[in-house]
Design a protein around this ligand. Structure first.
Ligand SMILES: [Zn+2]
Length: 629
């Protein structure tokens, strides 16, 4: 499947890239045979061999560096091992590029027309930062991210290179993928040749325990299915309503967008406590990974509910419609992330909307999630120095930042804060049009017809403004400029309040708060004292300017006692409660790099948990937004 460009400003940008690639590289690149041996998956060691057409002289090869959807140079180059090149059986000399560690130069002798590259991927054996570069194999399953297992020749865009891939799995393992299978002999699977773009876009989920759940009727086109692999058969035994909600999700997304940009969609869901947890979008699939018991335990279902809707929305918003400066021709050219407030922010808003419309989240649970986001951002101390646009611009260099000081540094706020902003935009459209239009109309115009196989249709800031104006004329340029550049104070709550709800706090955790902290492993006093701690008292972060920070507490310190008693979550909650009716400060004994001291917190307002409360003076737009169509 080819990936082209279609209309708007992005057309000219991509056309320029295509013309450049034609003149420099020629219309068609070579076909490369790739065979991957994953039969040692439980050891986390993988072997690959590539047959690459070549000419005598210097052959330059790249290991994929900028990984689509990960928004950074996250290719796991440190895990590329066992590299060897041969031609006609003779070993070739190679050297890594001195300026780019992902680039290799191989000397091809006279008379040779093919280089055989062998490599091993020594995949992570412990939890380290990273998405698809993180832990991906257990005793019972493995997620194949093809970019980790291949090289590609310089001089071609990824659309121009064809890969004929095969995969060997451990005996008896099953698999799910959006790639088409040409033939299968025993554990050896041969996939139909595809462009490098679509190979990297087509991960394979393989495992001993794999369940396939059709999400569309046999008569429906295009089909969608859920492929779930787990570390146990028990983890696959979810109640029927779980599968029903995902069937609803596929249906509701079709109604929202009015078109589909895939030929066959696969939700690839991994249930394991021993792989990295995240979701990564593709045109025709998503690689989503959560705790092993996420589907069979109610709290797990509540806390992971938004993930698959988010990744599915990306098939429209992110893969089909993509920021022009994020749509790079290969994996070597850097991506620019300034429009992630649309790519990720709008996806989060629509994903949350569809999680409610599909029934995966009850309206109450959806409001809990919105209240949490609003409350977190309303207390974000880093807002004073860093605007929302910079949280998107800085992603390639900032996304691996540690948790300590996150509140002041700001994390990936273009996800959650843009849920609030897109809600605000939705509310404005509904108000301006007196209820005749909504953001659903924007989705149909921007992401909709015609349906077809995967392709990329790029856009710029101006396109967003123009399409919003087509839906409902308004100062959208001014709106988004202000939303992206302001420094608060406080979160943008215009959408929450305009939708007929108010952000309030009380001493009772919400249903979502309770589900998230059912293991009692963390202590969130963000909205009261400006402090986040683990259940053992270790302080993960503090919010600058709030009570804890002002009293001298910072991340890395440890609370060892509360009001003279050894620290425990219970002692902590009791002390905050008691301080409500006492003039005395809360006394903490804090350990800091081998020293102990007493810190006094003059705080008497009790615990604070966020909720949304109905504002009867306004129409309830939020409930309408969450209602199934
Ligand atoms: Zn996303």
């Amino acid at each position: 499947m080819g990936i082209g460009s279609r209309s708007g400003v992005g057309y000219f940008l991509c056309l320029a890239i295509v013309l450049l690639s034609f003149s420099v590289f020629g219309a068609n690149g070579p076909t490369i045979a790739l065979s991957v041996d994953a039969s040692e998956a439980p050891r986390k060691m993988f072997h690959a061999q590539l047959r690459i057409p070549a000419k005598p002289g210097m052959l330059t090869l790249y290991y994929p560096k900028w990984i689509p959807g990960e928004h950074g140079p996250t290719g796991p180059i440190t895990d590329l091992t066992g590299l060897k090149f041969t031609a006609s059986g003779k070993t070739l000399k190679w050297r890594r590029d001195l300026l780019d560690g992902f680039t290799f130069h191989v000397e091809v002798p006279p008379g040779e027309n093919e280089v055989v590259a062998s490599l091993d991927y020594a995949s992570p054996a412990s939890f380290e930062p990273g998405y698809s570069a993180g832990m991906s194999a257990t005793d019972k399953l493995y997620i194949v991210s093809w970019n980790t297992l291949l090289l590609y020749p310089a001089g071609y865009g990824s659309d121009q290179l064809t890969y004929s891939a095969s995969l060997r799995l451990p005996a008896g393992w099953k698999f799910g993928t959006s790639l088409h299978v040409a033939n299968q002999v025993g554990g050896d699977i041969h996939f139909a040749p595809v462009s490098l773009t679509m190979l990297v876009d087509g991960p394979v989920l393989a495992g001993e325990y794999l369940k396939v759940v059709p999400l569309t009727l046999p008569t429906e086109n295009p089909p969608a299915e859920l492929d779930v692999a787990a570390d146990s058969t028990a983890a696959l035994d979810a109640p029927e309503e779980v599968w029903e909600h995902y069937r609803n999700l596929v249906k509701q997304a079709g109604i929202l967008f009015g078109a589909r940009h895939y030929t066959d969609y696969h939700f690839l869901l991994t249930l394991s406590d021993h792989v990295a947890h995240f979701g990564l979008e593709h045109h025709e699939s998503n690689d989503s990974r959560v705790d092993e018991r996420s589907l069979i335990e109610e709290d797990g279902r509540k806390t992971t509910a938004g993930l698959l809707p988010h990744e599915y929305v990306h098939s429209w918003n992110g893969k089909y419609r993509r920021p022009a400066d994020l749509a790079t021709p290969d994996y070597e050219q850097p991506m620019q992330t300034d429009l992630l407030w649309v790519y990720e922010g709008l996806t989060s808003y629509l994903g949350d909307m569809l999680s409610a419309r599909s029934g995966e989240r009850t309206p109450s649970l959806a409001r809990d999630a919105l209240a949490q986001m609003a409350a977190d951002l309303d207390h974000r101390s880093g807002r004073v120095w860093r605007n929302l646009q910079d949280t998107a611009d800085g992603v390639p260099t900032m996304q691996d930042a540690p948790k300590a000081w996150e509140d002041y540094r700001r994390g990936l706020d273009y996800y959650d804060e843009d849920v609030l902003n897109w809600l605000w935009a939705d509310v404005i459209i509904r108000q301006q049009s007196k209820g005749a239009k909504s953001l659903d109309d924007f989705c149909k115009l921007f992401h909709g017809a015609p349906s077809g196989p995967p392709m990329v249709n790029t856009y710029t800031f101006d396109d967003i403004v123009n399409v919003l104006n087509q839906v409902s004329p308004y100062d959208w340029r001014g709106f988004w400029t202000e939303r992206l550049s302001n420094h608060g104070p406080g979160a943008p709550l215009g959408g929450v309040e305009g939708s007929g709800w108010k952000l309030v706090y009380d001493e009772t955790p919400s249903e979502l708060d309770r589900a998230e902290n059912s293991d009692g492993k963390s202590l969130n006093a963000h909205y009261s004292l400006g402090l986040f701690a683990n259940s053992d008292g270790l302080i993960r972060d503090t919010a600058e300017g709030m009570v804890a920070a002002k009293a001298g507490i910072g991340p890395g310190m440890k609370i060892v006692a509360v009001n003279g008693r050894r620290f425990s979550p219970e002692a902590w909650h009791d002390a905050i409660h008691a301080a409500k009716t006492s003039p005395s400060p809360i006394e903490l004994m804090v350990e800091n790099a081998d020293y102990f001291r007493v810190v006094k917190l003059d705080y008497h307002d009790g615990e604070k948990y966020p909720h949304l409360m109905r504002d009867e003076s306004k129409p309830d737009l939020l409930t309408e937004i969450y209602r199934a169509k």
